[in-house]
Design a binder for this molecule. Structure first.
Ligand code: CP
Ligand code: NVA
Length: 312
């Protein structure tokens, strides 16, 4: 694997390897060993066309703790904002940096970067996918339940959401029972399923009614109803999703007795989730956020370290 543009590129086995590496990094850090040296002398460009808290912080800290230098560029600071083509940006930055990580409006921008870059390109979120989030989510599920295979995950909300897409693909490759409850007009665009041929170990079920989807589920997951870049559709979207698709205590009580609540954050309390749920004993949202750091390290190690000097 040269780039990480979406989860399709990883087999189930590779996903599990990355998760094991991330868990090892977490253990090391818990023991006080933050500074490793795999990226000594290397630098990583991080480009942001949209805002970010977790991705920006976790990825930059991951590079730093591994001994490398992260340099963050917002779109406005780059000549990109004045019309410089992506293909030029990619060829220039890959002369300086050892990887280019980018959060973009369009998945096609990442694909173009990857075509022209001579160093690995990593997706930090696009309109279609959020692979680094899916890795952190799978790690969190694995830590809580000790396994991924057979886990029933109910995603409540937008079936075309970037976080859902990546999580569903990872879940299907890892043998999870993925359920989505969404309004019919936001049903999953399963064109990505075609690329999974032969790799599907789990199942995908589409529901309209949230209370049907959560029955016996181990994980209830939601994300915002209006993603970055969809601001103009806000009114229309909220009309479709509210109040039916908000995760409430009543909905959580229909899930398995040991179910957890997950959200990639940032959350809009009172829209996709009630305040009492995100602040409750069900909620593992800050574990997920922490795991962004450990999984970022696993991805950087895999893409940038031909030799892995740290053995776990
Ligand atoms: N979950 C996530 O990607 O958060 P940010 O948008 O803050 O990076
Ligand atoms: N679906 C959200 C995820 C944010 C991490 C968005 O794209 O805005």
């Amino acid at each position: 694997m040269k780039h990480l543009l979406d989860i399709h590129q990883l087999s189930g086995e590779e996903l599990l390897e990355l998760l094991e590496t991330a868990i090892a990094y977490k253990k090391l850090r818990r023991r006080g060993l933050r500074r490793t040296h795999e990226l000594q002398g290397k630098s990583v460009a991080m480009i942001f066309e949209k805002p970010s808290t977790r991705t920006r912080a976790s990825f930059a800290v991951a590079v730093y703790e591994m001994g490398g230098l992260p340099i963050v560029y917002s779109r406005e600071e780059l000549q990109l904002a004045r019309g410089e083509p992506i293909k030029d940006l990619a060829r220039v930055l890959s002369r300086y940096h050892d990887a280019i990580a980018a959060r973009v409006y369009r998945q096609e921008s990442l694909e173009e970067m990857a075509r022209y870059s001579s160093v690995p390109v990593i997706n930090l979120l696009s309109d279609k996918f959020h692979p680094l989030q899916a890795l952190a989510d799978c790690m969190t599920i694995m830590e809580i339940f000790g396994k991924l295979e057979g886990i029933k995950l109910a995603f409540i909300g937008d079936g075309q959401d970037n976080v859902f897409n990546s999580l569903a693909i990872a879940g299907l490759k890892l043998g999870m029972e993925v359920r989505i409850a969404c309004p019919p007009e936001y049903s999953p665009d399963v064109s990505w399923l075609e690329k999974l041929a032969g790799e599907v170990k789990g199942t995908l079920e589409v529901y309209e009614e949230p209370s049907d989807a959560v029955k016996g589920a181990n994980v209830i997951y939601t994300d915002v109803f209006v993603s970055m870049g969809q601001e103009e559709e806000r009114e229309k979207r909220l009309k479709s999703f509210l109040p039916r698709y908000r995760v409430s205590p009543e909905l959580m009580n229909r899930a398995d007795a040991n179910a957890v609540f997950m959200h990639c954050l940032p959350a809009h309390r009172g829209e996709e989730v009630d305040e009492v749920v995100i602040e409750s004993k069900w909620s593992v949202v800050f574990e997920q956020a922490e795991n962004r750091l450990h999984t970022a390290k696993a991805v950087l190690r895999r893409l940038l370290c031909a030799e892995h000097p740290i053995s776990f």
